[in-house]
Design a protein around this ligand. Structure first.
Ligand code: ATP
Length: 231
């Protein structure tokens, strides 16, 4: 579904990624972990075309997207749940969701299915988004990604600022996406939650991948987890 081949990404003259390679298969949940400044967000920005890679190649669903504009990449079925949600605050939930609809080669989710996952969402439809709690905004951000008919969803720190119960709901949603055949890349500070839901994990440091393997192995191997992630 997604393949990064030795990408190098820069902010001006400053190099942030030094040859990052990773793959995600259809229906696979992959966690991308690492300390602050390791390059996780830059990896997501490179995939989305927000900060395009200067060297290396990125392929999504069989097509090269390395230097494709972001809207075109999104139109191919790449969904994004950003850490700052990026919801239009003065619009209602209904309006935010209605403008998210897209047709891709992947299955389009219906509003009814989003209500099935997030039962509270149905009762929030006419609220302006600036009045929502953090957990409610996260429901809108995830539903928006699903209405865009994604084959792969990138989650950037989905548990950030959320109550433990809401974090559990988000992780359950990720498991549900997997059961529907949607691939997921999840960047998280919450190492245990991410490893519990992921099939495989990549750990980054200093702009490169320093570890990859099955998530359950890293979950069981406290010494390696401590060395790589300090937890
Ligand atoms: P965090 O968990 O803190 O978000 P991260 O792993 O997502 O960290 P990045 O935000 O990708 O790391 O940062 C990777 C490197 O790129 C860091 O050295 C950071 O200082 C640098 N960087 C990030 N954004 C910019 C920017 N807009 N301009 C210049 N350098 C940047």
């Amino acid at each position: 579904m997604l393949e990064l081949d030795a990408i190098q990404t820069f902010y001006g003259d400053t190099q942030a990624l030094f040859g990052v390679s990773l793959t995600i298969a259809a229906g696979e949940v992959v966690a991308l972990l690492g300390p602050n400044g390791a390059g996780k967000t830059t990896t997501l920005r490179s995939i989305l075309g927000l900060t395009p890679a200067r060297h290396g190649r990125i392929r999504f669903d069989g097509r090269e997207i390395t230097r494709m504009p972001t809207h075109q990449i999104a139109g191919m079925g790449l969904g994004w749940v950003p850490d700052d949600r990026r919801i239009f605050p003065t619009l209602t939930v209904a309006r935010n969701l209605s403008i998210a609809r897209k047709r891709t080669r992947f299955r389009a989710w219906s509003l009814a299915e989003c209500f099935e996952i997030f039962s509270a969402l149905e009762y929030l439809m006419h609220r302006e988004c600036e009045n929502l709690s953090g957990g409610e905004m996260q429901m809108v951000a995830i539903s928006r990604a699903l209405l865009g008919a994604p084959g792969l969803v990138l989650f950037d720190e989905p548990s950030q600022g959320l109550a433990p119960k809401v974090v559990q709901d988000v992780m359950k949603t990720i498991a549900r996406l997997k059961s529907e055949g949607i691939a997921v890349l999840i960047v998280e500070q919450n190492v245990h939650s991410a490893l519990a839901v992921a099939d495989r994990v990549y750990v980054m440091d200093h702009g490169g991948i320093v570890h990859d393997g099955p998530a359950r192995e890293l979950l069981a191997d406290g010494a390696t987890r401590q060395r790589l992630l300090g937890v």
